[in-house]
Design a protein around this ligand. Structure first.
Ligand code: HEM
Length: 151
């Protein structure tokens, strides 16, 4: 079960990253005005779905399956002092949550903007920041907590 969920979470990272880059590129597009729908909204929806799924599998790992977070939860104070444990117990989860909140916020702020310029800027800024956060919080090979690119 642990291996299956970890593999899904690992592969879904690629789908999420591709959608994050595509939705950010789409957010560059000019908007006709606040009365018309945001261009390429479909990409936003796909990105939200992907990050929501990642959070779901991440929560299952975090609270149920991961031996790292299980050990961390036995003594959270000690986990915070250990960089490897801290990465899984705090840094990865928090950064990814922040990225998900940014995606949702960008979308809502853009939909409620009063001008096309601010709608475009809000969506673009939030999606770009979310993408950078996700890229920064992924355990890339070679890093201290590195994991394989393809599990
Ligand atoms: C967009 C969101 C996310 C992305 C792109 C992402 C990406 C990843 C990747 C690439 C791995 C390594 C998989 C492997 O070992 O091959 C991983 C592991 C993990 N992630 Fe996430 N993650 C996300 C969100 C979350 C969230 C929100 C949580 C917690 C609530 C979380 C908790 C974990 C845990 C506990 C592990 C595994 C630790 C272990 O090996 O036991 N992830 N994640």
């Amino acid at each position: 079960m642990y291996a299956t969920v970890l593999t899904i979470h690992s592969w879904l990272r690629w789908v999420t990253l591709i959608l994050a880059l595509t939705a950010t590129a789409n957010a560059f597009r000019q908007h006709d005005g606040p009365a018309s729908p945001l261009p390429g909204r479909w990409w936003d929806t796909c990105l939200m779905l992907a990050v929501d799924l990642q959070v779901l599998f991440g929560l299952v790992l975090y609270f149920g399956l991961s031996p790292f977070t299980q050990i961390a939860m036995e003594d959270f104070g000690a986990a915070v002092r250990d960089p490897a444990m801290r990465f899984w117990a705090i840094e990865h989860a928090l950064a990814m949550f922040a990225a998900v909140v940014l995606v949702r916020t960008g979308r809502v702020l853009a939909m409620n903007a009063t001008s096309a310029v601010s709608a475009r800027r809000r969506r673009l800024t939030c999606f770009a920041l979310a993408t950078v956060l996700m890229l920064a919080a992924i355990p890339w090979p070679g890093l201290a907590n590195g994991r394989p690119l393809l599990r």
